[in-house]
Ligand binder design. Structure first.
Ligand code: ADP
Ligand code: TRP
Length: 321
């Protein structure tokens, strides 16, 4: 079974990215053929500073490796190192109905947040479909915000298969309900584009500052509170040991939960959880020759995996003459 997912190097990676995508992908290492990549072409829809995009790509790659992705047990590369994906995206664009893209929430959300509506942003789901279909992925683990994009991918695959004959695996999205939408500091979805993130690799002072600024209500310590609607608790429960989560949940329900105390504890837990990866990441970024070597090898393997598909597609659509 092929499991594939990508992440944009559009800013420092955060706890939402970690819980919904990076952690599950890393846990797939032993069970599947794993394809993990940094989608720098997608990030171009929002990042226009070349140096920022280039360095962000290396940072995102080092984050993944530092968190435990083993490049010997996964194909790990940068999207633009396999240019066939852009060729496939154009071919898929030609069979994608406008209406399918016009219905995409992510495009509408981004525009309503003030991001300028370029064509890349509109065509984004087609490039994502090409990413998935080129490698014939079976399963795509993502957060809930990407559900519609996986449906678009499925629609495009089905349409192509019925027009030109069986070509693509029709993939399944995989969304873990527990972390489908990790809330940010303000309670909205944590996202690089909303400025409400807790980054995985902040320094000590800034991590503490961010955790202490998680928005909570003004219910008094001794009064009962609903843990399910509290974004602090939603983040806390992902990282604290199970017995602590139950203790704190009981304090919410029966009264006695102090947001300040829970935030301090959450900060300590996060700082400890990412201590080893933090050191590893520093090492990787210092020696970017090693990192570049891993990415080049990953691109070679990814290209080999995608070549039979693009060759088949070229013949089927008639651009091999
Ligand atoms: P962002 O929205 O911060 O730009 P990306 O678009 O690069 O992040 O998302 C990478 C992966 O992380 C995707 O699978 C996405 O669904 C997931 N993801 C991002 N933010 C969250 C969140 N707050 N909760 C759950 N999953 C998330
Ligand atoms: N659109 C995804 C996101 O913003 C990133 C992405 C690009 C992706 N191509 C992909 C995810 C292929 C899974 C599979 O998070």
């Amino acid at each position: 079974m092929r499991v594939l997912s990508g992440i944009q190097p559009s800013g420092s990676l955060h706890l939402g990215n970690y819980l919904a995508m990076m952690k599950p992908m890393i846990s797939y290492m032993d069970r599947s053929q794993l394809f993990v990549f940094i989608v720098n072409y997608h990030a171009m829809t929002s990042v226009t500073d070349a140096a920022r995009l280039a360095y962000g790509t290396l940072e995102a790659a080092s984050d993944f490796l530092a968190l435990g992705l083993n490049p010997d047990r996964a194909i790990f590369w940068v999207q633009s190192d396999v240019p066939e994906v852009v060729e496939l995206a154009w071919i898929l664009t030609c069979i994608t109905p406008m209406g399918l893209l016009e219905r995409c929430h992510s495009y509408k959300d981004k525009i309503s947040k003030g991001i300028s509506p370029n064509h890349g942003l509109f065509a984004y789901p087609v490039l994502m479909a090409a990413d998935i279909l080129l490698y014939q992925a079976n399963v795509v683990p993502v957060g809930k915000d990407q559900k519609q994009h996986i449906e678009v991918t499925r629609d495009i695959a089905i349409k192509f298969n019925s027009a030109y004959g069986d070509t693509f695996v029709v993939p399944e999205g995989e969304i873990n309900d527990q972390v489908a939408t990790v809330p940010g500091l303000d309670g909205q979805k944590m996202s690089k584009s909303y400025g409400n993130t807790i980054e995985i690799f902040l320094d000590e002072k800034n991590l503490k500052k961010k955790v202490m600024s998680i928005k909570t209500d003004s219910i008094a310590v001794d009064d009962p509170k609903d843990p399910e609607t509290c974004n602090l608790f939603q983040i806390y429960r992902q990282f604290a040991p199970l017995d602590r989560v139950e203790d704190v949940r009981n304090l919410y329900v029966s009264g006695g939960a102090s947001y300040g105390v829970i935030k301090k504890e959450l900060f300590e837990i996060l700082w400890e959880t990412f201590r080893g990866p933090r050191l590893e990441r520093e090492k990787l970024l210092k020696d970017d020759g090693y990192l570049r070597g891993i990415l080049a090898e990953g691109a070679r393997k990814a290209r080999a995996a995608g070549t039979p598909t693009i060759e088949d597609v070229r013949k089927k659509v008639g651009v091999r003459y």
